[in-house]
Design a protein around this ligand. Structure first.
Ligand SMILES: NC(=O)c1ccc[n+]([C@@H]2O[C@H](COP(=O)([O-])OP(=O)(O)OC[C@H]3O[C@@H](n4cnc5c(N)ncnc54)[C@H](OP(=O)(O)O)[C@@H]3O)[C@@H](O)[C@H]2O)c1
Length: 318
C-alpha cells in the first residue's frame, strides 16, 4: 500500500505491506485524517515522541482516522466491509502505523460507525481533539452539569471543541485565548472569554470545578488556588510540575491529572451525536495527501485557525 513517510519536514511517497487485522481488529481504508501537534513532535525526534509512536522506517504518522471497513479480524461480527467508521490510532511507543497511509488496523472497540450526515473530514478532524476534551473534563476533571470549567488554549484544536463539549455537559465555560480568537471562541459558546494578551487568566477570585490546561502552560501549583474544594486540574503533557502537583494533591481534596487520550467506541458515539447536533469544530484547511508537507507546515503556522485536515483517499502523488 501507499504511505506518505515523513522524516523531519521531508515527505516522500513509499510502499509498505498492507497491515493485517488481528483478532478483534478491523482494517480501515483511510478516507481522511488530520494533523496533530503529536505528529511534529514525533517527526522532529522530540523525546515526547517516543511515547507517542514507534521509531519505524519508513516513519508514517497521522492519528485521526475516518474511512471504511476493508477487512474484519477474527471475532468482529458487528461491522461489515464497506461500513464507514472513525476513531483515533493509539498514542503509544508501540504504535507502528500512521493514518497518512491507504490502510490502518484498529481494535474494533476503538472506532464508531460514522453517521451518514457527517463527512469523513469532520470526523477525522474531531477524533483526537474531541476524545481528549471529553475524557479530560468529564472523566478526569469530574465536570458535571452546573459545574464551572476554565479552558486554557480555547482557540486551539483541543480547546475549541472543548468549549462546545463543556456546554453539552451542562457546564459554565470560561475560556482563555489570544485576542485574535476572542470573537470566534464566544461564537463557540463560551460564557466568559479571557483575552490572555490583555489579562492574566489566573488572576482574580473566580473559582472553578475543573481547569483544563490544553497547552500545558500552567502548573497545578499555579492553578490550585482557583479550584473549588474537590476540583480537578487536567493537563495534556506529562512534566515534573505534573509530578509535583500529584504529590501536593495527596494532602488535598483537589486533584491533578494528565490525560492520555483513549479511543473508545462509546465516547465516539456520544461525540457523533453532538457533531450531528451542531457541535462546532473549526477547520482551518484541507490538503491532498500528496501535499502532506504543506499540511504539516500549516499546522505550525501561527495564523492557523482550526484543524488541518488531510484528504487521504484522493490526491496521491503519481
Ligand atoms: N495527552 C494527550 O492524550 C493529548 C491529546 C491531544 C493533544 N495533546 C497535546 O495537547 C496540546 C494542545 O493540542 P492542540 O491540538 O490543541 O494544539 P493547538 O491547536 O496548537 O492549540 C494550542 C493552543 O494553545 C494556545 N496557547 C499557546 N501558548 C499558550 C499560553 N501560554 N497560554 C494560553 N494559551 C496558549 C494557542 O493559542 P494562542 O497562542 O494563539 O493563544 C493554541 O490555541 C499539544 O501539546 C498536544 O500534543 C495531548
Amino acid at each position: 500500500m501507499r504511505v506518505m513517510s515523513a522524516d523531519g519536514q521531508c515527505v516522500t511517497l513509499a510502499e509498505i505491506p498492507m497491515p493485517m487485522p488481528g483478532p478483534g481488529e478491523i482494517r480501515v481504508k483511510v478516507v481522511a485524517s488530520a494533523v496533530n501537534p503529536a505528529d511534529s513532535k514525533i517527526l522532529a525526534g522530540e523525546f515526547a515522541g517516543r511515547f507517542l509512536h514507534a521509531k519505524t522506517s519508513p516513519l508514517v504518522v497521522g492519528f485521526d482516522v475516518s474511512g471504511t471497513v476493508d477487512a474484519l479480524g477474527d471475532g468482529v461480527a458487528d461491522l461489515e466491509v464497506g461500513t464507514a467508521v472513525w476513531g483515533h490510532l493509539a498514542y503509544s511507543g508501540s504504535t507502528d502505523q500512521g493514518a497518512f497511509a491507504e490502510y490502518v488496523t484498529l481494535p474494533r472497540e476503538s472506532v464508531a460507525q460514522k453517521p451518514e450526515a457527517l463527512s469523513h473530514n469532520v470526523c477525522a478532524a474531531a477524533a483526537t481533539v474531541a476524545l481528549t476534551s471529553l475524557q479530560s473534563m468529564r472523566d478526569l476533571g469530574g465536570l458535571v452539569e452546573g459545574g464551572r470549567v476554565l479552558i486554557i488554549g480555547a482557540g486551539g484544536g483541543v480547546g475549541s471543541i472543548a468549549v462546545g463539549i463543556a456546554k453539552r455537559l451542562g457546564a459554565h465555560v470560561t475560556a482563555v485565548c489570544s485576542t485574535r480568537d476572542v470573537e470566534r471562541v464566544k461564537e463557540l459558546g463560551a460564557d466568559v472569554v479571557i483575552d490572555r494578551n490583555n489579562s492574566d487568566p489566573l488572576a482574580g477570585e473566580v473559582r472553578y470545578d475543573v481547569i483544563f490546561d490544553t497547552p500545558a502552560v500552567h502548573s497545578y501549583g499555579a492553578c490550585a488556588r482557583l479550584l473549588n474544594t474537590g476540583g480537578g486540574y487536567v493537563t495534556t503533557l506529562p512534566s515534573a510540575a505534573l509530578f509535583t502537583g500529584k504529590v501536593r494533591t495527596l494532602f488535598s481534596s483537589k486533584h491533578c491529572h494528565f490525560v492520555a487520550v483513549n479511543s473508545k467506541r462509546i465516547d465516539l458515539e456520544l461525540i457523533s451525536g453532538w457533531l450531528e447536533d451542531g457541535l462546532e469544530l473549526p477547520i482551518d484547511s484541507q490538503h491532498r495527501i500528496a501535499d502532506l508537507g504543506a499540511a504539516l507546515e500549516r499546522q505550525v503556522d501561527k495564523s492557523r485557525s482550526g484543524r488541518v485536515v488531510v484528504d487521504v483517499a484522493n490526491g496521491w502523488p503519481s
